[in-house]
Design a binder for this molecule. Structure first.
Ligand code: PLP
Length: 361
């Protein structure tokens, strides 16, 4: 890969002109925040809501708009992740974060992004929604990055490279040196999706943010934290990148109920660590159980909370399990995943039903 020092990284030249010039919407609650006696600035329902009387302790019934900057939530995340609140942006799931990144940096019908399939499908979908070309550089057969392929795909209009580690659906960590190689040689932004990092033996790249101005790390509360329904995704990046994204995010993108519940959950780090340890134990048991089954050809090593499993007749097994009420993800028509199912690690009872189901097939 050719050597371009990241000293050449110029964020300003990457931001779309209309976003650079954008005067963001100023919401009522961003113009005034803090305690006051009477709020008559946001056309809320001053009488309360149908929820008011059902909530304990006379809590307000969510009739007020939530904090647009999620200050309390970011303080807790900042403490856990050891990154300043100014380096954090929260999205309505990491899906919103992916969309915001593409919209901030990619000029429709001109710029392009690079993805490395098989990988998480929403990078491509948001690229297409935004009319941004999506260049595909498939992973190597061992599911590592094809560095030369990435090098030749990069052109002057390449703004973002999406990397996912541990990768979905393959479950492996990308090689750390390869990620650094891309970071060191690409003058656009490298988005490293760490949705499954809590299950991984590898360290997060969050501490590396200080060394790489072109690094953006995505994480989520949907996986190890078990809060998929709250829709809270996290972008960790340098403050200049966060500043740009803050300009374009919808003002109240994290709703009040989600903020309240996430604040409670974030106090329970130990519980989450216990669940992570249990999930990893169950993953290893599930691997052993699947390896005993004839029709299972290969269980790929996983550093996530799911397994990629190569079987003899994936479509038929998928349909058979579905009829039994067991839903897995059929990835057999995805590049490099011939005859593969992606199976989330369940509870021991669920894992047992799954393996019995496959055996019965
Ligand atoms: C790699 C990866 N990134 C992001 C997401 C989306 O996460 P969220 O629930 O935060 O939108 C997923 C969901 O499956 C995923 O696998």
């Amino acid at each position: 890969m050719y050597k371009v020092s990241i000293m050449n990284f110029d964020l300003n030249s990457l931001i779309r002109n209309n976003i650079k010039n954008l005067k963001p919407y100023s919401s009522a609650r961003s113009e005034f925040s803090g305690p006051a006696k009477i709020f008559l600035d946001a056309n809320e329902n001053s009488l309360g809501s149908p929820l008011t009387k059902h909530l304990p302790g006379g809590q307000a019934g969510y009739n007020r708009y939530p904090d647009p900057q999620q200050i309390l939530l970011k303080e807790k995340i900042s403490f856990i992740k050891k990154i300043s609140p100014a380096g954090i942006l929260l999205g309505n799931g990491s899906d919103e974060c992916i969309d915001l990144l593409i919209r901030a940096f990619c000029e429709p019908a001109k710029d392009n992004i690079i993805i490395c399939p098989p990988t998480y499908g929403m990078y491509e979908v948001f690229g297409h929604i935004n009319n941004v070309e999506v260049k595909e550089v498939p992973l190597l057969p061992d599911f590592n990055l094809h560095l030369e392929g990435i090098e030749s795909a990069i052109d002057e209009d390449t703004k973002l490279i999406f990397l996912c580690s541990p990768n979905n659906p393959t479950g492996n960590n990308l090689d750390r040196n390869d990620i650094e190689m891309v970071l060191n040689n690409f003058n656009g932004i490298v988005v490293l999706d760490e949705a499954y990092i809590n299950f991984s033996k590898h360290r997060s790249f969050v501490p590396e943010l200080k060394d790489y101005p072109n690094l953006v790390v995505l994480q989520t509360l949907s996986k190890a934290w078990g809060l998929a329904a709250l829709r809270i995704g996290m972008i960790f990046a340098n403050e200049e990148v966060i500043y740009v994204l803050n300009k374009i995010k919808p003002p109240y993108n994290i709703n009040g109920a989600s903020q309240d519940l996430a604040l409670k959950a974030l106090d329970k780090l130990e519980e989450v660590n216990t669940m992570i340890r249990e999930t990893i134990e169950h993953r290893e048991e599930l691997i052993k159980a699947l390896q005993q089954i004839d029709i299972v050809e290969k269980v790929y090593p996983s550093d996530a909370n799911f397994l990629l499993v190569k079987v003899k007749r994936a479509d038929e097994i998928y349909n058979y399990l579905k009829e039994k009420g067991i839903i897995v993800r059929n990835r057999s028509h995805v590049i490099l995943c011939d005859e593969c199912l992606r199976i989330t690690v369940g509870t021991p009872v669920e894992n047992n039903e799954l393996t019995k189901g496959i055996e019965a097939f």
